[in-house]
Design a binder for this molecule. Structure first.
Ligand code: BES
Ligand code: MN
Ligand code: ZN
Length: 495
């Protein structure tokens, strides 16, 4: 899809469709709507009067071949109730529009805006359109199913004086939309094609395309690094672990910000095997890894002014004659010994080594993101992600980015009581604290492998998947976390 941005009057838009967003209102509002009403012979006023179209979220009206109008059709799209600065209304409305445009088999679409905060609104609209129009067709062989659909998307602003802002917003949105959809593609890729080696290749591909550096440690180097957690998790599979170190330097002489992502390319549970029901979902257990990779790629493309490192431990948690057993005691890279209670609590084992590895870069902050615990379903469901953090400033920044991106976060406590649950009688620590507060005990485990740098952990088990479909999040992998962490990075200040 070609994406561009220009200034024009609404009536001169020459695309297949010119889209006008309207807030909810009891009667028609605004000069442009008046004009469209006249051109449509009073149809718009009639629709407002009957309530057929009133600008509610989800409302939509199509007007074909209006006189004096260059576009083939005008689409009125409801935004819902007007709230100050609620960019997410625009994101949602544009997400719905993308689906409509696909349904109408349009080739070119123009989104029109004339109002305040042009840059941010343009960004939200283009973002929503790119995210809402996402489909995963990599495994469809029929030409019809693979067809690209919309060829060009244009952001049109009325006011030439606001064109520069609109261009900046549109460009950001193009990169962000691309990055989120890259993440979704990776998360949706089946385990027969995506495994540690091929994931590392994807990382190299993105590094070349987006200009960051990428080093991949293979099984021998992982052993040399004494990453006992990663080795223990990966040893059951023929497909050996990898460890990806990606770096982008956007600032001279500053300590790096480090992102760590869980990269289990398939989680069978190991010897503590998972039930067959829905096991296929576990192809998405590398979503944290995909998120940090996508953030890295977008940050590099947008030339973020920060030094960024992504650390990605990759393994397949497969049961076999070579697999780790429950009861095994392993030594992590940090030197701490871990009793494996459940081989299905594998994410924390590979993250422990990655967090320990992070310390050698003397980071200013570390954020990890992982599909870590099924228990998070019982905390926030699919709607958002629980997180924990050790530094108030970093926690607040995450909340600010959460507000800005509408990727919802809620903080959980790290009370000392929880540490008792992961004490082992024979090793330094054990990898499962049982059912109570499973999300927090997993986080408490991870904390043992951090140092005194600010650290936060985001558990995206479940919000990585959308069960039914939302305006700009189609059913399937959501890419949750990419926009959130990118916002954090783009607005980075020393903590
Ligand atoms: N990858 C799973 C967590 C998960 C479950 C993500 C369902 C998405 C949907 C993780 O490795 C896991 O198996 N966690 C266990 C931990 C337990 C054994 C302590 C869990 O949550 O049941
Ligand atoms: Mn598991
Ligand atoms: Zn897992």
């Amino acid at each position: 899809m070609k994406i561009s941005c220009y200034a024009s009057s609404f009536l001169d838009i020459a695309e297949d469709a010119a889209v006008l967003f309207c807030h909810k209102s009891k009667r028609m509002e605004g000069e442009l709507l008046e004009k469209i009403d006249i051109l449509s012979g009073g149809a718009v006023r009639e629709m407002f009067a009957s309530g057929e179209f009133d600008g509610s979220a989800g409302a939509e009206a199509v007007l074909y071949r209006l006189p004096e109008t260059a576009a083939g059709r005008v689409i009125l799209v409801g935004l819902g109730d007007k709230k100050d600065n609620d960019f997410d209304l625009f994101r949602q409305a544009a997400g719905r529009t993308a689906k409509t445009a696909f349904g109408q088999k349009l080739k070119s679409v123009a989104l029109y805006y004339d109002g305040p905060a042009t840059g941010s609104v343009a960004q939200a609209m283009v973002e929503g359109f790119l995210l809402g129009g996402y489909r995963y067709t990599a495994y469809k062989t029929e030409a019809e199913a693979r067809k690209g659909g919309i060829e060009s998307l244009t952001m049109v602003v009325a006011n030439r004086a606001r064109l520069e802002q609109a261009k900046v917003g549109t460009h950001r949105a193009e990169v962000i939309g691309w990055a989120v959809n890259q993440c979704r593609d990776l998360a949706g890729m089946p385990g027969n094609d995506l495994y540690p080696e091929t994931f590392a290749k994807e990382a190299k591909r993105l590094a070349t395309e987006s200009r960051f550096t990428c080093t991949v440690l293979g099984p021998e180097e992982i052993a040399r690094e004494k990453m006992g957690g990663l080795m223990a998790v990966g040893q059951g599979s023929e497909r050996k672990p990898r460890f990806v170190i990606a770096q982008y330097k956007g600032q001279a002489n500053a300590k790096p910000v480090i992102l760590v992502g869980k990269g289990i390319t398939f989680d069978y549970g190991g010897i503590s095997i998972k039930p067959a029901q829905d096991m296929g979902e576990m192809k998405g257990d590398m979503t944290g890894a995909a998120v940090v990779l996508a953030v890295m790629a977008a940050a590099a493309k947008l030339k973020a002014k920060v030094n960024l490192i992504a650390l990605i431990p990759l393994a397949e948690n497969m049961p076999s004659g070579h697999a780790s057993r429950p009861g095994d005691v392993i030594t992590s890279r940090s030197g701490q010994t871990i009793e494996i209670i459940s081989t299905d609590a594998e994410g924390r084992l590979i993250l422990a080594d990655a967090l320990d590895y992070a310390d050698k870069f003397k980071p200013q902050a570390v954020v990890d993101i992982a599909t870590l615990t099924g228990a998070s379903l019982y905390i926030l469901g699919y709607a958002g992600a629980p997180f924990v953090g050790t530094n108030k400033t970093l926690n607040d920044r995450l909340r600010t980015s959460s507000e800005a991106t509408a990727e919802k976060l809620w903080q959980l406590p790290l009370w000392p009581e929880y540490a008792d649950q992961i004490k082992s009688p024979i090793a330094d620590i054990k990898n499962s604290g049982g059912r109570p507060a499973g999300t927090i005990t997993a986080a408490t485990f991870l904390r043992k492998f951090t140092k005194d740098w600010p650290w936060a952990h985001i558990d995206i088990a479940y919000c990585d998947q959308e069960p039914s479909g939302k305006p700009y999040v189609p059913k399937g992998p959501t890419g949750f976390g990419v926009r959130l962490l990118l916002d954090l990075i783009m607005n980075w200040k020393k903590v």
